[in-house]
Ligand binder design. Structure first.
Ligand SMILES: [Zn+2]
Ligand SMILES: [Zn+2]
Length: 171
């Protein structure tokens, strides 16, 4: 298990409910902390089995580029995108900070942070596993799992099952 951190990623963006924020834009910082099992990646020196820093930065860049009224919405989009693209996350924390918000006085920053723990147990064999519990989960990826299989598993177990147990349904 390892904590992967990307701190102080700086972006210029146009979020906000005020016209001046939308037109002039402002500076933002994004911090991402990912707790993941990177054992396989470390042993095999394989980038595909860990978290690709460049990918995380690209996701933040793309989502920051879409103007929202609220930074809550930006935060939500960044979290969803990271989950969709990385399937080994045990805990995910994302913080979005707006520098010098237009609040009348001198305010250095305003920020919002959200954290989730995705560790759970397989509904069939009770083994520890990661499930995001929504459509961003690997178990909802129709390229890996047939939609009918996902339905069947949900009917029988009321929750997601681990990849090994999923093989039992697929095979
Ligand atoms: Zn299982
Ligand atoms: Zn799942």
């Amino acid at each position: 298990m390892a904590v992967i951190a990307l701190e102080g990623m700086k972006f210029f963006a146009h979020h906000g409910v005020y016209e001046e924020e939308r037109i002039l834009g402002g500076e933002y910082l994004v911090d991402v902390y990912i707790v993941a099992d990177t054992g396989a990646a470390a042993a095999e020196d394989d980038l595909n089995k860990t978290v690709n820093y460049e990918l995380i930065h690209t996701i933040c860049d793309i989502e920051m580029g879409k103007a929202s009224d609220l930074i809550e919405n930006v935060l939500e989009r960044i979290m969803m995108r990271i989950k969709e693209n990385v399937n080994i996350i045990q805990q995910l924390t994302v913080k979005v900070t707006k520098l010098n918000p237009p609040l009348g006085g001198t305010v250095a920053s305003a920020s919002i942070e959200s954290a989730f723990n995705f560790t759970t147990r397989c509904g069939r064999c009770n083994k520890g596993m990661v499930c995001y519990g929504d459509t961003s989960c690997w178990c909802n990826d129709f390229r890996i799992v047939h939609p009918r299989t996902t339905e069947l598993v949900a009917e029988e177990h009321g929750s997601c099952v681990c990849p090994q147990c999923l093989d039992y349904y697929a095979g």
